[in-house]
Design a protein around this ligand. Structure first.
Ligand code: GDD
Length: 343
C-alpha cells in the first residue's frame, strides 16, 4: 500500500460490484471517486452503507461523454481506475447491440484516452468477462481461445483486445483485465437469473406469487460471491506488472441446480416434469410453480462456463471464501427477510 492516501475512481459505482468495491477500498483507507449517471434510478441506494463517508465523492458523468470523464479524472486525480460501468445484460445486448458497443467498447476507449492525458501513470482495471469465452468448452483460463456469441461478449472482447492488450503493448499503459465469471450477491440486479430465482421462490413461499417462468434450465455457470471478487480487482492493480486474470470458483452448476438450492434454503421441494419448453417445476402440494418460456432463451447461448482461477491463486494469492451453497443461502435469506417485512 502506498504511503500517500491512495485515490481511486470507480465507474459503475452504483452497481453490485461498485458498491462492494467502494466499501472495500474505503476500508483500506482509500479516497474514492464514483462516477454516477444522472439517469440511474435511485442510483445511490446500494451505496447507503458508505453515505456520509468523507472519503467518498460522487461525480456525475458517464462513459458516453469524454468531457465528464475528463472532469472526474481532473477532480479525483486517481492512482487507480476501476472501469465497472457497462451495459452488462447479455440478453439485452441482442436487442441493443449499438448501445452495448457504445458503452462497453467505445466507453473504455474514451476512458483510457482521457486517463493517458490527465493521469498518465494511473493503473486501470477493466471489467472483462467469461462471456468472452462463449463457445469454448470449460474449463476456461487465460490461455483459452475467445469465441463470444453475444454482442455483449463481442464488445467486451474487442475492448479487451484493443484497449487492454493493445494499449499495454503500444503505450505501456498499466491496464489489467479481470476475466470475471458470474458473481452474485443480495445486491445483484433483479433481472439476472440468480436474483430472479431467489426473489420469485421467496415470494411463492410467502404466498404472494403463484409461479414464474425461466429460460434455459440447463445452462451452466460458475457462480461466485461478488464480495470475494472485488478483492481480486484490487490485487491486480497492486502487482509489479499489468496482466489479465481469470477470477472464478472453478465449480459449475446449472440454472436448475440453482433453483433446487434456493428451494432447499426455503425448505421447499421441487419435482421436475416434462421436457424442453413443456418442462415444469412442481411443489410438494402439486402446484406448478415454475414453467419454461421461450422468451427467456437467448438467440445464442453460452452453454457452460467453469473458470480455472489457478493463475489468480498463484500470482495474486487470491481465493474465494464463499462457496455456492453459502452464496445461495445468503441471497435467499436476504430476499425472504426483506419481502416478509413488506407484507
Ligand atoms: N437472466 C435470465 N433470466 N437468465 C436465464 C433465465 C431467465 O429467466 N432462464 C435461464 N437463464 C440462463 C441464461 O440463459 C444464462 O445461461 C444463465 O441463466 C445466466 O444468465 P444471467 O444471470 O443473465 O447472467 P449471464 O451469464 O448471461 O451474464 C452475467 O455474467 C457474465 C459473466 O459471465 C452478467 O453479469 C454479465 O454481465 C457477466 O459478464
Amino acid at each position: 500500500m502506498r504511503k500517500k492516501k491512495a485515490r481511486a475512481l470507480i465507474t459503475g459505482i452504483t452497481g453490485q460490484d461498485g458498491s462492494y468495491l467502494s466499501e472495500y477500498l474505503l476500508s483500506l483507507g482509500y479516497e474514492v471517486w464514483g462516477l454516477v449517471r444522472r439517469t440511474s434510478l435511485d442510483p445511490l441506494m446500494r451505496l447507503s452503507k458508505s453515505t456520509g463517508n468523507k472519503n467518498l465523492h460522487l461525480v456525475y458523468g458517464n462513459l458516453r461523454d469524454s468531457a465528464t470523464l475528463a472532469r472526474a479524472l481532473e477532480e479525483g486525480k486517481p492512482h487507480e481506475i476501476y472501469n465497472l460501468a457497462a451495459q452488462s445484460d447479455v440478453a439485452i445486448s441482442f436487442k441493443c447491440p449499438e448501445e452495448t458497443f457504445e458503452v462497453d467498447y467505445f466507453g473504455l476507449g474514451r476512458l483510457v484516452n482521457e486517463a493517458m492525458k490527465i493521469v498518465p501513470k494511473v493503473r486501470i482495471y477493466q471489467a472483462s468477462t467469461s462471456e468472452m469465452f462463449g463457445r469454448t468448452p470449460p474449463p476456461q483460463n487465460e490461455r483459452s481461445p475467445f469465441r463470444p456469441v453475444s454482442p455483449y461478449g463481442e464488445a467486451k472482447l474487442k475492448a479487451h483486445e484493443d484497449f487492454v492488450v493493445g494499449y499495454r503493448k503500444r503505450h505501456g499503459l498499466f491496464i489489467c483485465s479481470g476475466i470475471l465469471f458470474n458473481h452474485e450477491s443480495p445486491r445483484r440486479g433483479e433481472h439476472f437469473v440468480t436474483r430472479k430465482i431467489s426473489i420469485s421462490l421467496a415470494k411463492i413461499k410467502l404466498g404472494v406469487q403463484k409461479s414464474f417462468a425461466l429460460g434455459n434450465l440447463d445452462a451452466k455457470r460458475d457462480w461466485g460471491f461478488a464480495g470475494d471478487y472485488v478483492r481480486a480487482m484490487h490485487l491486480m492493480l497492486q502487482q509489479k506488472k499489468p496482466d489479465d486474470y481469470v477470477v472464478a470458483t472453478g465449480v459449475t452448476h446449472s440454472v436448475r441446480d440453482f433453483v433446487e438450492e434456493v428451494a432447499r434454503a426455503l425448505e421447499m421441494k421441487i419435482t421436475w416434469k416434462g421436457e424442453g419448453l413443456k418442462e415444469v417445476g412442481i411443489d410438494s402440494y402439486g402446484n406448478t410453480i415454475i414453467t419454461v418460456d421461450k422468451k427467456f432463451y437467448r438467440p445464442h447461448e453460452v452453454n457452460a462456463l467453469r473458470g480455472d482461477p489457478s493463475k489468480a491463486r498463484k500470482k495474486l494469492g487470491w481465493k474465494p471464501y464463499v462457496a455456492f451453497e453459502e452464496l445461495v443461502q445468503m441471497m435467499t435469506r436476504a430476499d425472504y427477510e426483506r419481502l416478509k417485512k413488506t407484507l
